[in-house]
Design a protein around this ligand. Structure first.
Ligand code: GLV
Length: 309
């Protein structure tokens, strides 16, 4: 069976291929002479609009990452072909590790210490809180959000969550839907955004939402750049409404060199790197899901156009 890949460039194809079982013939999606009618599966990141519609026998499209907004945005996306998000266990683990690092970095004032080190300044930093004294509120409790919640709990940090539907995660207070957003925010000392990019989440992290957090809250943004209004975040840092932010996603990416977030003393910028499982890990996961599809089973993390993720 032929599977085409468009993720990481043509040079990444051998690495992808090494992770799939040998009966899967893994090809670069722009390979000259490749007959599109022979292609059964596609694994893609940010495909050119209209390209997926050119494979007439596709059985499934896989995002090479957890968010498939860049694929769903294709106006010619073949609607009858299942679109599946790639969320291997390793993605949830890495996301949990990143968020724990970010939350601890905010509590330990890592940005301030890095600036002091660069200036060779030995100034005592006296963080007012233990990390475990501040409640982390996670927006988005999918596979990554739930695993992240458990890892934070492992550090002794209280966790609450906000999601579309109510969740039952031991020890995690669950807030659901627009009606409960304000109550969720009011008790959130560090806000973690793990939401998918949908019409509803576009621009959600803006001044009105930030104003509902307790004064001096922290922000960890690992969703999508389109969810945030960056000038509002920087203004909230300047006013003291936010005490610090770790931002991993931006619009556009790469973040332009003249963007003030790069040098803001309250911001740690990371280059969309929060959770990147290896290609081998992702290939193993996708191969497992293909085996499920071939057995006629319903795959996990199926994109639902009505929900938008
Ligand atoms: C990365 O942002 C992903 O969607 O996997």
């Amino acid at each position: 069976m032929i599977l085409v890949v468009k993720s990481g460039g043509a040079e990444a194809v051998p690495e992808w291929a090494a992770g799939f079982p040998s009966h899967m013939d893994v090809r670069w999606w722009d390979e000259p002479g490749l007959d599109p009618a022979l292609v059964e599966y596609a694994v893609v990141w940010d495909p050119e609009p209209g390209r997926l519609a050119q494979f007439p026998r596709l059985k499934a499209i896989f995002g090479s990452g957890a968010g498939v907004d860049h694929i769903a945005a294709d106006p010619h996306l073949p609607k009858h072909v299942p679109l599946i998000r790639c969320v291997p266990w390793e993605a949830a683990q890495r996301m949990g590790e990143f968020v724990c690092w970010a939350v601890l970095s905010l509590a330990k004032e890592a940005r301030r210490m890095a600036l002091q080190q660069a200036a060779r300044a030995w100034e005592n930093v006296d963080p007012p809180y233990a990390a475990a004294a501040r409640t982390v509120g996670i927006m988005g409790l999918g596979a990554m959000g739930e695993h992240t919640a458990r890892m934070l709990q492992g550090l002794g940090i209280p966790v609450r969550g906000w999601s579309r539907s109510r969740k039952d995660i031991p020890g995690v207070a669950s807030f659901a839907g627009a009606d409960e957003l304000d109550a969720f925010l009011a008790g959130t000392d560090v806000l973690v955004c793990l939401l998918p990019a949908t019409a509803e989440t576009t621009g959600i992290i803006a001044a009105p939402l930030l104003a509902k957090l307790p004064r001096g809250a922290g922000l960890v943004q690992v969703g999508r750049g389109a969810q945030q209004v960056l000038p509002d975040i920087l203004a909230a840092l300047d006013s003291g409404q936010l005490s610090g932010a770790v931002l991993d996603v931006f619009t556009p990416e790469p973040l332009p060199p003249d963007n003030p977030a790069w040098t803001h003393p309250g911001v740690i910028v990371t280059p969309h790197t929060a959770s990147l499982p290896t290609r081998a890990e992702r290939a193993r996961y996708i191969a497992g899901v293909i085996a499920m599809l071939e057995r006629g089973e319903t795959p996990p993390h199926l994109y639902d156009p009505a929900r938008g993720y």
